[in-house]
Structure formats: structure tokens, C-alpha cells
Design a protein. Structure first.
Length: 454
């Protein structure tokens, strides 16, 4: 989900920025502590050394005396050349000649009531190492307060930012889904469907308005094209029917008068008229299916029985052409659809194979369930097949292969098959049967419980 990823990415950048700000504040606090305590530490060292000279005591003795007198905020650690501690009121750091901030988390042996000591060491003339530190608990407390305030303020800001980002992402996703749902309805044939506009004039509203304008134009163009096709088909069907009727009357008269030449010519004309009428009927049927106007009559039906019934009706037709047709639909499969349309789809599948395969060709109509739960109809033959480069083109209206130009048919069978399958939310593909053609149609199946569908 891109919107959610953007929200998380924005929150991540905000968190990184907050961590950088906290680190800068922490470093600034440390520098302030150094500027405040470094001069004090240097003064303490000079005092110890000068007091030891004036009191005629060793540095170790002076440190013990100072500790005994009670140095509340200053701490000492004196180590010999061998590194052994001579006297101390605090732990000696590993590298004493660098500025150190020692906390109780680093060394539990620190004096009671002190959470942090800042200081630095310096070698004495006799080779001993003297480390002097000052109580920096106040700076440690300041850092803790800053950390708490930072956690509260920036935590709230990041939380609110993440919540706002997720809300915006959810809102955007909801609107994108509305566009996707509308697109799905439009692809099923509902060209009157429009995308809801929220009226807030943001980028998605502008996109919604443009898409709705495109859909308005598309609906008008499709409706005009459909209307022209229907008008032509309707207007020509009636004259063709009257022409067919007149030719039949003339053919009957020619038969009465035993005019064989005229009778033969009229029978040929009638056959061509039948082809033209069936072509216009197929065009009207195709336009009706592509319009999606028949989905309201969908019911749950058993596809296996339908495949067996239609397939068995064509056994003798295939035998008359010298072909061998087998039908396999052993498993009951339920689908939601229009019975008449599915029958027509099966009829077109079988007729297409019979029409384009030579005598002696074996053909198989089968129905199976796929691992994904789809109802798969396959029409396989061992005929000439269709070249892979031509398989998409033959789904266009009136598209025919060069070798089929002189055979029966008008190039509307496969387009009608695809239109019917698409209306039933399925897919149809053409594959190589090695040899021959394999037409595969996948339809979503449903579970049948009594007379209801789940």
C-alpha cells in the first residue's frame, strides 16, 4: 500500500530528525559542562599542589587531608607510576589525561549521591598521575530532563504525525479504491457508472472530474457506435427477410415449372441470404452481450450438465463431417451465469472446431476444476491450429485467417465467445494443442448449497 509506505517513511524521517536534534542538544550540554567545570578543575589542581608545598606535605598527604576536611563537590584519584591507586575518593578512569564524564552506569563505585563526575588528569613531576573531577550531577539531571521533555514532546509530535499520515493515507486509499471499483464496473459494461467526487478540490477531485469527463465522452461514443450497428442490423434484417421470402416464392415457382437452372441459382442466392441474416443476428447478439445488459438474469447453474448436453448434441454432426468428438465433464461444477449465453458459447466453440478441421480430426470438449477453483472449459482439436501471432487478432470482429477465407463463417464466433466469457468474469485464451488448437475458457465457480450460492 503506497500511501501507508509514504506515511511510515514520513514518520521515519521525522524520527531521524528528532534524534539528530536531541544529539545536538546533548552535545551542547556536554560542551557547556566542560566550559563551566574545566577552569574549576584546573584551579583545584593548582590549590592542591600549592597547599602541599606550603604545608610541607606530599601530594598524597594533602589529598587525604582535603578529603578528611570534606570536599563535597571535588573528587580526587592519585595513582603511582605503576598504575596502583595511592589515594582516591573516586574511580580512576582508564585514560585520565582526556576529559571524562563518568556516570554511575559506567562505574557503580562512584560516591553516594553523585550521578556524574566530570574531570581530567595530569602527570606530576615525580611521575604520579593526579585526576581531579567535579560533581556534574546537575548537568546529568539537566540531560535527563531534556530527554524526558524531548521524549514527551517529540513522541507526541511523531505519534500525531503518524496518526495524521495514516488518516490521510486511509482517506486517499478509500478514494483510490472507489476509482478502482468504478473502473471494474465500467469494464463489465456499465458505462453509466461514475466516480464519486468529494468536492474538496484536491488532486484526486481534479483527477475524478477529468476521468468522469472521459467516461461521459466514452459512453457517448460507444452508445453512438452501438446504436449505428443496431440500426444498420435492424434496418437491413427486415429487407433481407423479405428478399429471402420472395426468393423462396420464386424458387417454388421455378420448381413447379421445372426450371432447374433458375432453381439452382435461387437456392444459391437463398444460402447467401441465410448467411447474411445469420451475420446480422450475430452482430446484434454480440452488441447485446458486450453491452452487459443480460447480467441481471444470471442464475446459479450446473455447468457439467450443460457441457454434456450441448456436446452430445454435436456428436452426430461431427460424425457426419467424418470427425470424432468426445465429451468429458465428470465433475459437477456450479457457476453463476446466463444459461442461453453459455449454451451459445459452447455451440460456437464446437462449431468453430468442426468448421475449420478436416475430416478425420479428433476433437475433445472437456470441463475440469483447476487448483484455483475455476471451472475450466477446453475445446481441443488436432486440426491446423492458429499461429501464435494471429491468436489475439482472431478475437476481433470479422477477423479471419487467409486459409479460412473460402470456408463458411463470418468471423464473429470467437469474438462472441470472448464477450460471453468476459461477461461471466472469466478469461479465454488460445493455446497450441501440439498439433491443433486448444481453446481454454476459465470461469469462476461457486459452491452450491440447496438452492443458494455461497
Amino acid at each position: 500500500m503506497a500511501s501507508f509506505r509514504l506515511a511510515v517513511l514520513g514518520t521515519l524521517f521525522s524520527t531521524i530528525g528528532a534524534v539528530i536534534v536531541f544529539a545536538l542538544i546533548y552535545v551542547a550540554t556536554g560542551q557547556a559542562a566542560y566550559r563551566e567545570l574545566a577552569p574549576i578543575v584546573a584551579g583545584d589542581r593548582e590549590d592542591i599542589l600549592s597547599d602541599a608545598i606550603s604545608d610541607q606535605l606530599s601530594v598524597a598527604q594533602e589529598i587525604r587531608l582535603t578529603i578528611t576536611q570534606g570536599a563535597d563537590h571535588t573528587f580526587y584519584a592519585l595513582a603511582g607510576r605503576d598504575g596502583k591507586i595511592i589515594v582516591s575518593s573516586m574511580p580512576m578512569p582508564d585514560h585520565p589525561q582526556t576529559w571524562h564524564s563518568i556516570t554511575r552506569l559506567q562505574d557503580l563505585s562512584m560516591p553516594a549521591g553523585v550521578s556524574r563526575i566530570d574531570g581530567i588528569g595530569a602527570p606530576l613531576t615525580n611521575g604520579d598521575m593526579l585526576f581531579i573531577g567535579e560533581d556534574a550531577s546537575v548537568f546529568a539531571a539537566l540531560n535527563r530532563h531534556i530527554a524526558v521533555i524531548f521524549a514527551i514532546v517529540f513522541g507526541a509530535m511523531i505519534g500525531l504525525g503518524l496518526l495524521a499520515s495514516l488518516t490521510i493515507a486511509s482517506y486517499s486509499l478509500k478514494r483510490v479504491r472507489a476509482i478502482s471499483d468504478a473502473s471494474a464496473d465500467i469494464m463489465t459494461g456499465d458505462l453509466s457508472r461514475r466516480i464519486e467526487s468529494y468536492g474538496i478540490d484536491d488532486e484526486l477531485d481534479v483527477l475524478t472530474k477529468d476521468l468522469n469527463n472521459v467516461l461521459d465522452m466514452l459512453e457517448r461514443l460507444v452508445e453512438n457506435a452501438r446504436q449505428v450497428t443496431n440500426d444498420i442490423a435492424h434496418d437491413l434484417r427486415a429487407p433481407l427477410a423479405r428478399l429471402q421470402e420472395r426468393l423462396q416464392r420464386i424458387a417454388r415457382r421455378a420448381k413447379i415449372h421445372h426450371d432447374l437452372d433458375l432453381e439452382t441459382a435461387l437456392e444459391a442466392a437463398l444460402a447467401q441470404t441465410d448467411i447474411v441474416i445469420s451475420m446480422f443476428a450475430a452482430l446484434l447478439r454480440l452488441a447485446e452481450v458486450e453491452a452487459g445488459a443480460m447480467q441481471g438474469g444470471f442464475t446459479v447453474l450446473e455447468l457439467g450438465e450443460l457441457v454434456r448436453t450441448v456436446g452430445e448434441e454435436f456428436l452426430d454432426v461431427a460424425a457426419d463431417e467424418g470427425q470424432i468428438l468426445s465429451v468429458e465433464a465428470p465433475t459437477p461444477l456450479w457457476v453463476r451465469g446466463d444459461r442461453a449465453l453459455l449454451v451459445q458459447m459452447l455451440v460456437n466453440l464446437i462449431e468453430n472446431a468442426i468448421r475449420h478441421c478436416p475430416s478425420g480430426t479428433a476433437m475433445r470438449l472437456s470441463l475440469t476444476r483447476t487448483p484455483e477453483g475455476l471451472a475450466r472449459i477446453e475445446m481441443a482439436d488436432a486440426g491446423p491450429g492458429i499461429p501464435e501471432a494471429e491468436r489475439e487478432r482472431v478475437f476481433q470482429r470479422f477477423a479471419r485467417l487467409d486459409r479460412s477465407r473460402h470456408s463458411a463463417g463470418h468471423g464473429l464466433g470467437l469474438p462472441l465467445i470472448r464477450a460471453i466469457i468476459t461477461m461471466h468474469d472469466g478469461t479465454v485464451t488460445l493455446l497450441d494443442n501440439h498439433p491443433g488448437l486448444l481453446v481454454r475458457a476459465d470461469l469462476p465457480s461457486v459452491a452450491r448449497v440447496g438452492s443458494s450460492m455461497v
